[in-house]
Design a protein around this ligand. Structure first.
Ligand code: GLN
Length: 197
């Protein structure tokens, strides 16, 4: 029985829970996906998703709820963690455009620009190329961050929009600039859950 928690302090939580359930079915595994709001829920957890939303708010609420430090520790010990959009920002080692005093988990060796697409291109959809599949993936970008640099060679690209890297993984950690939970396609959730099998 796989237990997957979606950090549920702010942001697109229920969509991720539904996507994880569909991915369980496709993988043929028994699993539970739930809102993760309290540190006690981290006991015996198999994977964590950090959703999109607003990274400053999520970071602050995670600190207030006592989730920030334990999640960082578990990620460092090898627990699979996927961050999408604001979640990618939270996972990043370096963040351009961070609010003064904003804390990040620093589990992924990337530099991101927090609001790279600014207001002009608030949201868009585009087909993406994946490292592990020949079929394009429908990328939904909402005030997306940009991955401006990969810091070292431990971090590997897994998704591209044209020449631009928009998804990466580094062992147990995965970060996406877009929102796979807002599409019917659960290939990226499946790819992530395989880290927990
Ligand atoms: N750019 C936003 C931030 O700083 C993230 C946007 C999103 O998750 N849709 O948190």
């Amino acid at each position: 029985m796989l237990k997957v928690g979606v950090i549920g302090v702010q942001g697109a939580v229920s969509e991720h829970i539904e996507a994880v359930k569909r991915a369980f079915e496709r993988l043929g595994v028994e699993g539970q996906a739930f809102w993760l709001r309290r540190p006690e829920q981290l006991n015996a957890i198999d994977a964590i998703i950090l959703p999109g939303g607003e990274s400053t708010t999520i970071s602050r609420l995670m600190q207030r709820n006592g989730l920030f430090e334990p999640v960082r520790k578990l990620g460092g010990e090898g627990l699979p963690i996927m961050g999408t959009c604001a979640g990618l920002i939270l996972l990043a080692k370096e963040v351009e455009g961070a609010v003064e005093g904003q804390r990040f988990l620093g589990l992924l060796d990337v530099r991101v620009n927090r609001n790279a697409y600014g207001r002009q291109v608030d949201s868009f959809e585009a087909p993406l190329k994946l490292s592990f599949s020949d079929e394009p993936f429908p990328g939904v970008f909402i005030r997306a961050p940009k991955i401006v640099e990969l810091l070292g060679d431990k971090v590997k690209p897994i998704a591209w929009h044209g020449d631009e890297v928009v998804g990466v993984e580094q062992g147990n950690i995965m970060g996406l600039a877009f929102h796979p939970e807002l599409t019917e396609d659960v290939r990226l959730h499946e790819h992530f859950l395989r880290k927990a099998l």
